[in-house]
Design a binder for this molecule. Structure first.
Ligand SMILES: NC(=O)C1=CN([C@@H]2O[C@H](COP(=O)(O)OP(=O)(O)OC[C@H]3O[C@@H](n4cnc5c(N)ncnc54)[C@H](O)[C@@H]3O)[C@@H](O)[C@H]2O)C=CC1
Ligand SMILES: O=C(O)C(=O)Cc1ccc(O)cc1
Length: 366
């Protein structure tokens, strides 16, 4: 397709791009300073008195308040405040909107505007609020987007483009699936770390040197317990069902481990620990190198959510998307999704796309 036949949604900016960030804490502050350092003008808003002034002084934002014409608005407030602030961002600004809350189902049900897609960076730190703001916090981190069938393709492409600019690897999941998965890999680990920490503190009353003996393993497992507790109250309230289900599974797993140890069943114990070791060793990392990429072009049919379906399929199949763009054809409102993926995944991705009625064409990038 020649350049005259298509208009890329990522055409070169003629003016400096502008972002708003609502909620200038650890995550909002990191997004704001990360975008500023990548050439954006950033406006920021926070209900806590003095926060905007401090953020300007620290060089985290350019100015307080919301810019109505901003290209993108990030909502980075506690989970239970997210839906209201997304609504406000959609009313008060013209660009696309995303939030970074740790739970996604509720906000995705409440905010079905085509200019909104929920998201969640799988990154953070133990530092507090603005003091922990780090422009590289998302570099190399997975950032989940949660498109729904009403999601506009261009909104999804614009938002994922900005998340990539922050260095993130973007993965799409449905909101419900996201909430079930993060219950297991983020929420329950946090509650487990807090419980382990409490166990150690209780025992330390009997054994004074216990905490001084805490070695690397204990420190690794409890690091996340030193994060600020506030955000977890909203997370546990909003994702209660999935968290309880995952806690029940963990309790069953621990009970089984208890039985194995009590019975001195060495074979069962070895099998359990070996399985865990292998799974830990095989945790996926960022593996894509440019020489291993292929370009997949997929005609997007004239219906809402087709690009989101392509993106979500990749996540379901474990296919790593290195870049994702929607190119709109000049005639009609059809488009082409141009997706860069790891060459090793091209067959499985192609098969999945064909099974869902898409007609992909794949080109190796040399
Ligand atoms: N802390 C972490 O490691 C991660 C947090 N998240 C999510 O990001 C969001 C923000 O978390 P953090 O930055 O850690 O919290 P934080 O407590 O550091 O920052 C939240 C900020 O939002 C402000 N705020 C609260 N209500 C507001 C409103 N209605 N309007 C404007 N500002 C408001 C607060 O004053 C505070 O400065 C939460 O939804 C959390 O679940 C996502 C990934 C990681
Ligand atoms: O510090 C870490 O390793 C974390 O896991 C932080 C974190 C906290 C909450 C989230 O929703 C996502 C990430």
């Amino acid at each position: 397709m020649g350049p005259d036949a298509a208009t890329s949604v990522r055409s070169a900016p003629v003016t400096q791009r502008t972002a708003n960030v609502i909620g200038l804490g650890l995550i909002g502050g990191s997004i704001a300073i990360g975008l500023r350092q990548r050439g954006w003008r950033v406006h920021g808003d926070d209900t806590r008195p003095g926060t905007e002034t401090r953020a300007v002084e620290l060089g985290v934002i350019d100015a307080g308040g919301l810019a109505p014409d901003a290209d993108i608005t990030f909502v980075a407030v506690p989970v239970l405040a997210v839906a209201d602030q997304v609504g406000r961002a959609l009313r008060e600004t013209k660009g696309v909107v995303t939030d970074v809350g740790s739970v996604k189902s509720m906000v995705s049900e409440q905010c079905d505007d085509p200019r909104f897609v929920g998201s969640h960076p799988m990154a953070g730190s133990e530092l507090d609020g603005l003091d922990g703001a780090d422009p590289e916090m998302f570099n190399g981190a997975v950032w989940v987007v949660t498109p729904v069938p009403t999601t506009d393709d261009v909104t999804l492409a614009k938002i994922t483009g900005v998340l990539r600019e922050l260095g993130a690897e973007v993965v799409a999941l449905s909101p419900d699936r996201h909430d079930q998965v993060v219950a297991v890999v983020s929420h329950v680990p946090h509650l487990t770390a807090a419980t382990l920490m409490r166990l150690a503190v209780d025992r330390a009353e009997e054994h004074a040197p216990l905490l001084r003996l805490a070695a690397g393993g204990f420190r690794d497992m409890t690091r996340i317990a030193s994060g600020r507790p506030d955000i977890w109250l909203d997370i546990c309230a909003e994702n209660r069902t999935a968290i309880i289900a995952a806690l029940d599974e963990l309790i069953t797993g621990l009970a089984s481990m208890r039985e194995t140890v009590a019975a001195d069943d060495r074979d069962a114990l070895l099998a359990a620990l070996t399985g865990a070791r292998e799974a830990r060793t095989n945790l996926p990392g960022r593996v894509v190198h440019p020489e291993e990429l292929v370009e997949v072009r997929i005609r997007i049919p004239d219906r809402a959510g087709a690009a989101a379906e392509v993106f979500t399929l990749a996540a379901d199949l474990g296919v790593n998307i290195a870049n994702f763009e929607v190119v709109h054809l000049a005639e009609g409102n059809r488009g082409v999704a141009v997706v860069l993926i790891d060459a090793a995944s091209s067959d499985v991705f192609k098969g999945g796309l064909i099974a869902r009625g898409f007609k992909p064409s794949i080109t190796a990038l040399t």
